[in-house]
Design a binder for this molecule. Structure first.
Ligand SMILES: C[S@@+](CC[C@H](N)C(=O)[O-])C[C@H]1O[C@@H](n2cnc3c(N)ncnc32)[C@H](O)[C@@H]1O
Length: 212
């Protein structure tokens, strides 16, 4: 099954975690991989890179294209159908095959993912605005633990999505969205090192990057 068809199918069956009807476009994927390309590490340094919520692998592809020979990329994906699709791409697509030894896939929620060594870069595709305030809080604390000092966290949210959702939702839903906005403001405060509007995406998105 093609990546787009699989994504659409998962949107209907797993809306809460899939969170979007389409995968990200290549402009957003390239922007999310900004620090994989422009990070401050020396070219001969080994970097540990974590991608959370890779889905069908649009952002993964942008990361893989920029992966250096000593880098290690870990993918954490909650949906086993997406994980199987990513494993197939690693086996079958020439540009992915070439980097397959550097890539590991973990199937499960990021909330349960633990490692001994922190990562240099985290790139997240999680649909945070779909989750409860408690889950977003757990995920952001997890990112704090999983990224090393000086490392970067890159993630996106659709432009004005919270405002748009708030207009059409109940007061409980408005409270939830306000709670998420506060957590994200706190997470980014004094640490956001790049914010870029990607208009060539469906829907347009903000890419946020912070340095710990
Ligand atoms: C909006 S899609 C993004 C997919 C892809 N990164 C892209 O930009 O096209 C969200 C992805 O996050 C995954 N996901 C949702 N909750 C998760 C969790 N708690 N842990 C790991 N992955 C999760 C979904 O299964 C889905 O693949």
């Amino acid at each position: 099954m093609s990546g787009r068809l699989l994504f659409l199918k998962q949107f209907w069956s797993q809306y809460h975690t899939t969170g979007a009807i389409w995968p990200s476009g290549s402009s957003l994927a390239n922007e999310l991989a900004y620090f994989v390309e422009h990070g401050s590490a020396a070219a001969n340094e080994s970097r540990r890179i974590l991608e959370v919520g890779p889905g069908t692998g649009t952002v993964t592809h942008a990361i893989i294209q920029r992966l250096r020979p000593l880098d290690q990329l870990t993918l954490v994906e909650i949906n086993p159908d997406f994980s199987a699709h990513l494993a197939r791409r690693l086996e079958q697509e020439a540009s992915w095959q070439a980097k397959a030894q550097q890539v590991t896939i973990h199937t499960g929620p990021i909330q349960d993912f633990a490692v001994e060594q922190p990562f240099d870069l985290i790139v997240s595709g999680l649909p945070l605005n779909n989750f409860s305030v408690e889950i977003v809080s757990t995920i952001l604390s997890g990112f704090e633990r999983l990224v090393k000092a000086g490392g970067t966290v890159s993630f996106f949210e659709y432009i004005a999505i919270r405002h748009f959702k708030a207009v059409v939702s109940s007061s409980a839903e408005k409270t939830r969205l306000r709670g998420i906005a506060e957590l994200l403001d706190q997470f980014l405060k004094n640490r956001e090192c790049r914010k870029h509007a990607v208009w060539l995406n469906m829907p347009p998105a903000w890419a946020h990057h912070l340095k710990k």
